[in-house]
Every structure is written in structure tokens, then in C-alpha cells.
Design a protein around this ligand. Structure first.
Ligand SMILES: [Zn+2]
Length: 159
């Protein structure tokens, strides 16, 4: 069946574009406290759901499973388990030079995982590195010398 919108003699083209703008958004009360805890206490905090009792990390205002407000703040352990990961092999603006690893870690005491850079991985052979990370290795939270109240204040390292 012939496509009435695309005659055969029309070449598909791409049109270059560029978005580059600075902006600010309100992080909200819960994220503001979460980041303040990183900066002021160098600790990762979660919020607990009073219904399902899960400790949600990073801290959230609402439990997405129960649709109720979380009821308390609690710190989680500095160590955890790498659940899933990706090895980034291409360069992206604003990111470290490749290759590097980003993964989701369930910190001890938490019921959900949090994403950040995973360091300390031998990436000389990316395929071998990927296979070794499938074992869900233990990792440790490492805070930067200078903290700013940002997710980049810490990363995870293989233990
Ligand atoms: Zn819940």
C-alpha cells in the first residue's frame, strides 16, 4: 500500500538543532532535606512508608505503592548491593570521559535503590567488567571532599 504522506521521490532529511539553556526548579521539601542531609551530615536518608513499612531511598514524600505520605526519616547504611548497572562507552556532554559505570544500589536498610556512579571497576575489558558486575557486588558510599548538597556529593565504590 502506498504511503500517501511520503511520495517515493522525497528524500528523508535531518534538521540540526540545539537546546542550551540554564534553568532552576523547586526541588520540594523532601528533596531539599535529602540534599541538606548529604551536605550537612554526609549521610543518605530515606523515608519510611507507614503502610507497607518500606524505607524509600532516596527519600520521597509519598509511597508510590500505597499512595500515602511517608511518616519518618531514617539514615541507611553506607554499604549496599549493586542491583543493576550500565557501562557507558560513549561520550555525553557533562559526563565523565567514557568508559564509566552507573548503577542502582540498594543500601543496607533500604527497600529501594538509588542511582549513582560506580567506581573502582576495572574497565580495561568492558565485557569482562560487565560479567563481573552481574554478581551483584557489594559497594561502599564514598563522599566527596567538598559537598554541595547535590547527588554528585557521593559515588559508590566496589568493596
Ligand atoms: Zn507503602
Amino acid at each position: 500500500m502506498k504511503d500517501v504522506h511520503m511520495p517515493n521521490d522525497v528524500e528523508l532529511i535531518t534538521i540540526p538543532g540545539n537546546w542550551n539553556f540554564d534553568y532552576r526548579y523547586f526541588a520540594g521539601e523532601t528533596a531539599s532535606r535529602f540534599f541538606a542531609e548529604l551536605k550537612n551530615s554526609r549521610r543518605i536518608m530515606g523515608t519510611r512508608c507507614g503502610k507497607c513499612r518500606r524505607l524509600l531511598v532516596p527519600a520521597r514524600t509519598f509511597c508510590e505503592a500505597c499512595y500515602v505520605e511517608t511518616v519518618s526519616w531514617e539514615p541507611v547504611g553506607e554499604e549496599g548491593t549493586l542491583e543493576v548497572f550500565t557501562i557507558v562507552a560513549a561520550a555525553f556532554p557533562g559526563m565523565p570521559p567514557p568508559p564509566f559505570v552507573i548503577g542502582y544500589v540498594t543500601l543496607d536498610g533500604a527497600d529501594t535503590s538509588i542511582a549513582n556512579f560506580i567506581k573502582g571497576v576495572d574497565l580495561s575489558d568492558i565485557h569482562a567488567a560487565g560479567k563481573s558486575l552481574l554478581s551483584r557486588p557489594r559497594v561502599r558510599t564514598v563522599f566527596s571532599a567538598e559537598v554541595q548538597g547535590r547527588i554528585t556529593d557521593f559515588h559508590f565504590e566496589l568493596i
